[in-house]
Design a protein around this ligand. Structure first.
Ligand code: NAP
Length: 287
């Protein structure tokens, strides 16, 4: 197993050697491209001369991004809608004639109590559909296009919460853990192919949400700092990309998982904010 496969603390090693994957001129599809991280990644890939298509269910934010980033292709699409995904594939083929990099970034993130919330099953179904079923379907659908490319990549965006089950985000954390496990299995399955499988585990990234209990250790980073670091990591074949606080939570989750889980689930952690139980009683919100 090559050292750079799960770089962890040794991420510096692959970063010290020359770039492996050529980014320049690639075609890139990013789901959830209207959001903070998706749009920053779109901007970053574009700066490498890539042809970029952003898809998002939020047509308003998409059109603003399209206006701000001339040359970007923006396609409204709900990734939980199978017919819409089929149309998206046609659009990609029509526009690019193929695809080099697929980035599964769209996600729903709901704060709720599975025990107390009457709508718990509906909320769980939305997160399962958006955060797990959709990436799998997109990968299966785009696999023939990716396989045609001389050098391709699938990039699944999970979270540092993939390693930390949270009681106030029960199905969000479960689906991120599932996508993490799937990414590892898929990487092994594609080992002999020209398709690399990356996983991005973002730390808390400041995407301009007014209210967010998950502010980590107060070390939020900006999308404009995060996105270049992600693309650099892809260029250097860092397959599990943990930047900033994600490194810390990853190692804490390996060394003292019970302590980390207690710390992240405790009221004290939300200093001065409403405890999760109050949030659950109020309903939910999408991150
Ligand atoms: N920001 C962080 O601190 C953080 C930390 C860990 C992991 N992440 C992960 O990073 C990724 C990007 O998050 P972000 O912070 O950039 O969030 P964001 O700003 O909310 O962006 C997510 C985008 O995905 C869109 N979306 C949601 N459901 C969709 C669907 N069914 N079809 C198409 N688009 C859909 C959202 O549209 P609407 O606005 O209409 O819902 C939104 O534009 C997510 O996978 C998230 O779990 C983020």
């Amino acid at each position: 197993m090559p050292l750079n496969r799960d770089a962890g603390l040794f991420m510096v090693v692959p970063l010290l050697r020359g770039a492996l994957m050529q980014i320049h001129g690639k075609t890139v599809l990013i789901t959830g491209g209207g959001g903070g991280i998706g749009s920053a990644l779109g901007r970053e890939f574009k700066s490498y001369g890539c042809r970029v298509m952003l898809c998002d269910k939020n047509a308003d934010t998409l059109s603003k991004i399209e206006a701000a980033l001339p040359g970007i292709h923006a396609v409204p699409c709900d990734v939980t809608d199978d017919a819409a995904i089929d149309r998206l594939k046609d659009e990609v083929e029509r526009t690019f004639g193929g695809l080099d990099i697929l980035i599964n970034n769209a996600a729903a993130s709901l704060d709720y109590s599975f025990v107390r919330d009457e709508a718990a099953l509906e909320k769980a179904a939305l997160e399962i559909a958006t955060n797990f079923r959709a990436p799998l379907r997109l990968i299966k659908l785009f696999m023939p296009l990716l396989a045609r490319a001389p050098e391709a990549a699938i990039v699944n965006v999970t979270s540092d919460l993939a390693y930390i089950p949270l009681s106030r985000k029960p199905t969000y954390t479960a689906m991120k853990a599932a996508l993490h496990a799937f990414s590892v299995a898929l990487r092994d399955d594609l080992e002999e192919s020209t398709i690399r499988v990356f996983e991005v585990q973002p730390p808390p990234v400041n995407v301009g949400r007014k209210r967010d209990y998950y502010f980590g250790l107060g070390l939020q980073i900006l999308p404009s700092v995060f996105a270049p670091a992600v693309v650099q990591s892809i260029r250097h074949d860092v397959f599990e990309i943990r930047i900033g606080q994600s490194q810390f939570t990853y190692w804490m989750s390996r060394i003292c998982p019970a302590y980390l889980r207690r710390m992240m689930n405790t009221k004290k952690y939300y200093k001065g904010k409403k405890p999760p139980a109050a949030e659950a009683a109020e309903g939910s919100r999408t991150a």
